[in-house]
Ligand binder design. Sequence first.
Ligand SMILES: Cc1cc2nc3c(=O)[nH]c(=O)nc-3n(C[C@H](O)[C@H](O)[C@H](O)COP(=O)(O)O)c2cc1C
Ligand code: SF4
Length: 364
Amino acid sequence: MTLYHSKYPHLLKPLQLGKQGKVANRMYFSSVGFDLCDHEGRPMQEFFEVYESIMDGGCGFGFLGNASVDASSQYTDRSQKLVSQQHALDLKPIFTAAKQRNFLLSAQLQHYGSGDATSLSEAQIESYIEHFVQAATLALEIGAPALQIHAANGYLLSSFLSPKLNQRTDRWGGNAMNRARLLLEVLKRVKAVVQDEVVIFVRLQVDDGFGPEGLKVDQLDEVAVAIEHAGADAITLANGVAQTFAKFLDDANYTLASCRHAGRYLKQFTNLPIGFSANIGSLEVAEEIIASGDADFIGFGRPIIADHQFVNKALAGQVHEINHCQWDSYCLRDKKEPLADRVFCCVNPSYLRPQHIQNKYKEN
Ligand SMILES: Cc1cc2nc3c(=O)[nH]c(=O)nc-3n(C[C@H](O)[C@H](O)[C@H](O)COP(=O)(O)O)c2cc1C
Ligand code: SF4
C-alpha cells in the first residue's frame, strides 16, 4: 500500500479549505445528481446508500448533486430540492454520515431560473438571491459542513456570466463585473449567513462553448478577485451548457486542456484553491496536474459513478480491479430519457442500466 501511496505525494497532501474544512487528500467526488428523489425533491433510501458508499471510496471531499433552491423548479422530476425545513431535515442524515467519516460533504445550491437573464425584472432577481440565502440558512441549520454555489453549465448564475446569454444594459450586464454581480451578490449574502461555519465553494463556468461570442476565462480575472473578497473558500471550474455539453464530455483532450488553462490563468488573480473534474481517468494524470500547479485538487465524476472504490483501488495498486468508466456519457442521457427513472451505469453492478435502455442508446 505505502509503495503505491508514495506515487501520489501531491494528491495525498492534506488541504485546508476555509477555516473549518481540513481534508485528508486532494481528490473529490464531483457533483452528480443520481435522480434518487421523489417528485417533491425529497431523497429516497437509495440516495443515502449511494452517497455513503461514495464517501467510503477514498476521496477527501465531495458534493451532492444539484439541489434546486426554488420550490417551483426542478431539473428532472427526480432531482433534489432544498426549499423547506422538511427538505433540510430529510438531508440531515447524509451530513451526519459525512461527519462520522470526517468527509467534507457539500450541498450544491442550484437555481435553474425561469426566463432568460436578459428579461428578468429587478424584483425577480432579488427573489432569486433570496432563494439562495434561504437554502444556505437551511444547510447551516442541519450542519452541512460545506455548500457549493452553482454558477456553471448554463443555469441562472452562469447565464448571467455569459456575454452571449446576458444582453442586459443595466447594472446586471454590459461588462464582466456587471454580469458577475448576481453571483457576487449571492455569495456575499450567503457568506453573511454562514460566516466561517460552512466552507463555500463556487462552481464557476470558465468556457460555455459558444466560441468568441461566449464566456471565456480571460473575462474572469477581476471576477476571480471579487469572488475571493466576497467570501468564497475555493473554486471548482466547469465548462459547457446544454447545447455544448457533448463537445466537452466527448473530447477529453479539449476539456482537460481548457480546464488546465483556466486554472493556470485564474491563479494569477486569486489565492483561492482551484480544482476541476475533466475526463480524468487515472491518479497518475491527477497527480501530474497538481504537481504542475494548474490545480490544487482534482475531481472525478464518471470514474466514481462507474466504481465508488475507484480511488481506493487505484491507491492500493489494484487498477485491474476497477470497473472503468467507458466515457460514453449514457449516464447523462438517463437524466432526460423517458424510459429511465434514475441515473444508471453501463458498468457499475449496483445500478446497471436495464438492457432495453442500453440497447436504445447503442442504436442511436
Ligand atoms: C450523470 C451525471 C450527473 C451530473 N450531475 C451534476 C450535478 O447535479 N451538478 C453538477 O454541477 N454537475 C453535475 N454533473 C457534472 C459532473 O460534476 C462533472 O463536472 C462532469 O461529469 C465532468 O467530470 P468527469 O469527467 O470526471 O465525469 C453530472 C455529470 C453526470 C455524468
Ligand atoms: S454510464 Fe457510461 S459514462 Fe457514465 S459512468 Fe457509467 S460507464 Fe461511465
